[in-house]
Ligand binder design. Structure first.
Ligand SMILES: NC(=O)c1ccc[n+]([C@@H]2O[C@H](COP(=O)([O-])OP(=O)(O)OC[C@H]3O[C@@H](n4cnc5c(N)ncnc54)[C@H](OP(=O)(O)O)[C@@H]3O)[C@@H](O)[C@H]2O)c1
Length: 241
C-alpha cells in the first residue's frame, strides 16, 4: 500500500473517532484531517489535524480551499454526519407525528451536509490514485428493503442520500475516475445515536465502534474501483438500493 492522507468529516462521531485511532496507527497514513463542529479539548493524536466547521457552504468551501494543497493525496474520505434524534425529537412511529421541522432538521444533517461535501471535494479527490469516499448511510435507507415503515425522516433522509450518491457517481465516473463512492451501513453500533434503541438489539448484534472502524477501513482498501457507487454493509455485503 502506498502512503496516503485521510479526511474524516463529522469526526466527533463515535465511529469516526475509532476510525481516526486506526488511521493514527496505520504506518502508511501520513496524516488525518478531522472536521467537526467541536474541537477536542486535548488530543494525544500525533497525525491528526482538527479543523472546526459549522457545515455552512462557506465553511465547507474554506476548508476545501485549505485542503487544496493535498489534492490527489487524500485517498480516504469518511463522511460520518448523521442525526436520528435529539433532545426535542425522536423518530416518528406514525403519520400523526410528522413535523416539518423534524423532516427539515434530519434532512439537513443526513442529506444536505454530506452532499455539500461531495460537491466541494471533487477537485481534492480527483487524481491518479485510487480513492474511496465512504458516506455513512443506513440499511433503513433502502427503498426496496422497507418492510417495517416508520422512522420517516431518518429513513427518507438516508434514501435521499443514497440517490445523491448514485447520481454523483455518474458524474464522478466522468470527472474523477479514480474515485469510488460507498454508501456504508455500519450495522447497529453502540453510539449516542443508537442509545435509546439498544434495548431491543441482541448483544451480538450491537457492534463496538472499534469493530466497525476496522471493517470499514478494510472495505475501503479492498473496494472494486469500477466507477460505480456501492451500497455496502459492515460485512462488505451489498444492500439493495
Ligand atoms: N450507530 C448506529 O447504530 C448507526 C446505524 C446506521 C447508521 N449510522 C450512521 O453512522 C453515522 C455515524 O453515527 P454514529 O453512530 O457514530 O453517531 P454519533 O456518535 O452520534 O455521531 C454523530 C455524527 O453526526 C454529526 N452531527 C450530529 N448532529 C449534527 C448537526 N446538527 N449538524 C451537523 N453534524 C451533526 C456529528 O458531527 P460532529 O463531529 O461535527 O459533531 C457526528 O459526525 C451517522 O451517519 C449515522 O446515521 C449509525
Amino acid at each position: 500500500m502506498s502512503s496516503f492522507y485521510a479526511l474524516v468529516i463529522g469526526a466527533g462521531s463515535t465511529i469516526a473517532q475509532a476510525s481516526i485511532q486506526k488511521l493514527e496507527a496505520n504506518q502508511h497514513c501520513l496524516g488525518v484531517f478531522a472536521v467537526s463542529r467541536h474541537l477536542p479539548k486535548a488530543s494525544s493524536d500525533t497525525k491528526t489535524l482538527w479543523l472546526a466547521s459549522d457545515y455552512t457552504e462557506d465553511s465547507i468551501h474554506q476548508i476545501c480551499k485549505r485542503l487544496a494543497v493535498y489534492s490527489g493525496k487524500i485517498t480516504k474520505v469518511l463522511i460520518c454526519n448523521g442525526m436520528l434524534h435529539d433532545a426535542s425529537m425522536m423518530p416518528e412511529r406514525k403519520l400523526e407525528e410528522i413535523r416539518a421541522s423534524q423532516l427539515e432538521a434530519i434532512f439537513h444533517v443526513n442529506t444536505v451536509i454530506p452532499m455539500l461535501w461531495l460537491s466541494k471535494l471533487l477537485p481534492i479527490v480527483q487524481g491518479e490514485k485510487p480513492t474511496q469516499v465512504a458516506l455513512f448511510s443506513a440499511r433503513i435507507g433502502s427503498i426496496s428493503d422497507n418492510k417495517t415503515g416508520g422512522w420517516y425522516s431518518y429513513r427518507a433522509s438516508k434514501a435521499a442520500l443514497n440517490m445523491l450518491i448514485q447520481t454523483s457517481s455518474v458524474e464522478y465516473a466522468r470527472r474523477a475516475k479514480n474515485v469510488k463512492l460507498i454508501a456504508f451501513h455500519p450495522g447497529t453500533t453502540d453510539t449516542p445515536l443508537s442509545k435509546p434503541f439498544q434495548r431491543s438489539v441482541p448483544k451480538e448484534k450491537l457492534f463496538a465502534a472499534d469493530f466497525v472502524a476496522t471493517q470499514l477501513l478494510a472495505i475501503m482498501d479492498s473496494a472494486t474501483m469500477d466507477n460505480k457507487a456501492a451500497y455496502l454493509d459492515w460485512n462488505n455485503q451489498p444492500i439493495e438500493w
